[in-house]
Design a protein around this ligand. Structure first.
Ligand SMILES: NC(=O)c1ccc[n+]([C@@H]2O[C@H](COP(=O)([O-])OP(=O)(O)OC[C@H]3O[C@@H](n4cnc5c(N)ncnc54)[C@H](OP(=O)(O)O)[C@@H]3O)[C@@H](O)[C@H]2O)c1
Length: 167
């Protein structure tokens, strides 16, 4: 039996990712880890999760995966565009919604969590957030009660009051 699956592994694929010139091999490499890897791991653990009375799946996404915000010129990360990482997190978000839908009549909660811009190896420790705060956001979604939401995109970075980001 498995109660909680947190899909945290992710790669950036390099700093500069112009849509006009980023190679398909780079995009595939990023999707392999950030999307296809998550799907493979999730499918591999689903039967064990089904044995839990309260299974929780948390997909660690990014605010940079929000298509809505990428079309909002007033968003603080509007200019942080990229052809590999951002689309990979948008695809991960889409998979989260599809899986949550399939499991909607079960005790599962399947959600995406943006940990926030955090000081890790990922960004050479440039992020202002701490790993402790980021982990707390992820753990919160992993410990949702039976009446908690499913198919949500949690982001305290985007909106600290609601903790919800547009997709
Ligand atoms: N840091 C931020 O500001 C930020 C913001 C938004 C979202 N995120 C997301 O948060 C998650 C964690 O990122 P992080 O900041 O902790 O990055 P990190 O310090 O670079 O750590 C990434 C982790 O993913 C593992 N990993 C990468 N590719 C893998 C693969 N193919 N198979 C298995 N494990 C793999 C790495 O393992 P190895 O060390 O063994 O390579 C490492 O433990 C990612 O999904 C990232 O997209 C981060």
């Amino acid at each position: 039996m498995l109660d909680v699956l947190i899909n945290n592994a992710g790669i950036l694929g390099g700093m500069s990712q112009p849509a006009s010139s980023t190679s398909v091999s780079t995009i595939k490499e990023v999707f392999d880890t950030n999307v296809f890897g998550v799907i493979e791991v999730t499918q591999a653990f689903l039967d064990l999760l089904r044995q839990s009375p309260a299974p929780r799946i948390v997909n660690v996404t990014s605010g940079l995966g929000s298509l809505t915000l990428h079309n909002d010129p007033t968003w603080k990360y509007y200019h942080v565009k990229g052809a590999a990482y951002q689309p990979s997190k948008a695809a991960l978000n889409a998979y989260t919604i599809m899986l949550a839908y399939e499991l909607r009549d079960t005790p599962f909660k399947v959600n995406a969590v943006d940990p926030g811009y955090t000081a890790t190896d990922f960004n050479h420790h440039s992020g202002p957030g701490t790993v402790q705060d980021a982990a707390a956001r992820v753990v919160k979604a992993a410990l949702l009660g039976p009446n908690g939401p499913t198919s949500q995109f949690f982001s305290d970075d985007y909106d600290p009051e609601t903790g919800i980001s547009p997709w």
